[in-house]
Design a protein around this ligand. Sequence first.
Ligand SMILES: NC(=O)c1ccc[n+]([C@@H]2O[C@H](COP(=O)([O-])OP(=O)(O)OC[C@H]3O[C@@H](n4cnc5c(N)ncnc54)[C@H](OP(=O)(O)O)[C@@H]3O)[C@@H](O)[C@H]2O)c1
Length: 233
Amino acid sequence: MQKNYLIAGGSSGIGLALVKRLVEQGNQVTVISRTDEKLAGLPHVVHLQKDVLTDEIMESELPEMLHGLAYCPGSINLKPFRSLKPEQFLEDFNINVLGAVKVLQAAHKALKKTGQSSVVLFSTVAVAQGMPFHASIAAAKGGVEGLTRSLAAEWAPNVRVNCIAPSLTDTPMAERLLSTPEKREASAQRHPLKQVGTPENLAALACFLLSDESSWMSGQVIGMDGGMSSLRV
Ligand SMILES: NC(=O)c1ccc[n+]([C@@H]2O[C@H](COP(=O)([O-])OP(=O)(O)OC[C@H]3O[C@@H](n4cnc5c(N)ncnc54)[C@H](OP(=O)(O)O)[C@@H]3O)[C@@H](O)[C@H]2O)c1
């Protein structure tokens, strides 16, 4: 059966890999993002050009029925705590939490209409595992994890809500951290599984969480992080 999905931030990185998987499976996907170059030529994709920080997202612009939604915009602003300004905490909160809230509020009616739908949000390994220079992003993503559990309770049993907490993944967002072979190798070696993540690794998990195969899971934060959050090797 062809299903309808809404992927905010589906024009790059993990979101784009997820969009590709969903259309390969024959689904219809609506993508919200500011740009659409990397979506060129993909079948069954409708692009809504929007900045989630500044544009209104109207219920009427979205498909009438949604089987799933993923919210992928985010940030990696790593700085020593002493040099972080309140505005930077707010910026991280806005893109990671309030952007998701805006999209979820606009999509709730369509998600409810299908009777069984699924939402995927993105946190970071830096919530479960304390890391230097991550104060602002960890605070914002901690908010995403709280939002995940609250909404999972409020929207049960018809809408499931889960969250993925990745470690460093090879996407445009992480470009600066992986810009030389030395940085890439050092980042891989920091992980128990000796690799950084790929967008496809994360998209596979997101796809599972959006599908009926995970129909008995809600309110979970799942680490996909090369073993970073739980292994010492
Ligand atoms: N990559 C990592 O190492 C890593 C690690 C931990 C957690 N994460 C989390 O995983 C999620 C996906 O990250 P990613 O690495 O795939 O990032 P990415 O490659 O930078 O993709 C982010 C997506 O969000 C969209 N976006 C950003 N700001 C937007 C805005 N204001 N309005 C509308 N769309 C916006 C971008 O599209 P446009 O630019 O076209 O608008 C793009 O499609 C994020 O929540 C991130 O925090 C990533």
